[in-house]
Design a protein around this ligand. Structure first.
Ligand code: SF4
Length: 230
């Protein structure tokens, strides 16, 4: 408990001190402050965040939520990340039930109750994994969706009880695309087909013209977030 209280103070101080930090500065601070006790989350849409973190520290842990419902292309990016960033370690977090067992018990929850499906296959495995760390690093950006417009670079993650670092929160789409182009960063081939925000296959479609990138997630349903980011 003492440690967690200290972590909250670290997060609250850094939220101000690193408010205008670059991604590289935020990640250098993360590596220096937390050592081996941070993990970089990736949905394997691209390897931008992984590449940035790898420059700050080679032997990073990378969190991949294996829901069992991913596109084959997403699993391909995961395997490619393993080759391109050999000193990093991919930590696979899975639900307690296999997809087959869940569907046998509940049917297609992603159709009937996607909130529960995400809770079982994403939120719980995430929380269980984060218990082993003092901080996690995410690729959340303010331009992703209106709900993310005020995302700070460092914040206290109340629900999970650790520090949350969002190094590329201020990045525009142009900055993001330029980083991929200039550095030749791995990117999920589905992006080129128009899938601008890639989650599980049953819940991902292409956004309509003029809509934000995340509008293709759970299209036609009230749900807009998987619950990973509060
Ligand atoms: Fe289930 Fe869809 Fe959530 Fe994936 S995104 S965990 S398939 S509801």
């Amino acid at each position: 408990m003492t440690v967690r209280t200290d972590l909250r103070e670290v997060a609250e101080r850094a939220e101000h001190e690193l408010a205008d930090a670059s991604a590289a500065e935020a990640l250098a601070w993360t590596a220096e402050t937390f050592g081996d006790s941070f993990i970089v989350a990736s949905n394997m849409q691209d390897a931008v965040l992984i590449d940035l973190a790898y420059q700050a520290k080679k032997d990073i842990d990378i969190l991949f939520l294996e829901t069992g419902y991913h596109f084959a292309e997403t699993l391909g990016v995961r395997d490619a990340v393993d080759l391109v960033y050999p000193e990093a370690r991919i930590v696979v977090a899975e639900a307690e039930q296999s997809v087959a067992d869940q569907e046998a018990e509940f049917g297609l929850l992603n159709k009937t109750d996607p909130g529960r499906c995400c809770f079982l296959r994403k939120v719980v495995p995430l929380q269980r994994t984060l218990e082993n760390y003092d901080a996690w690093v995410t690729g959340v950006r303010r331009v992703d969706a209106p709900t993310r417009a005020t995302t700070p670079i460092v914040q206290w993650d109340e629900r999970n009880g650790l520090v949350k670092v969002n190094p590329i929160a201020p990045w525009s789409d142009d900055e993001f695309d330029a980083y991929i182009a200039e550095k030749g960063i791995l990117q999920n081939p589905l992006v080129g087909e128009g899938y601008l925000s890639i989650g599980c296959a049953p819940c991902t479609s292409k956004p309509l013209p003029g809509q934000d990138a995340r509008s293709g997630r759970w299209a036609g349903q009230a749900k807009t977030e998987c619950g990973l980011h509060g």
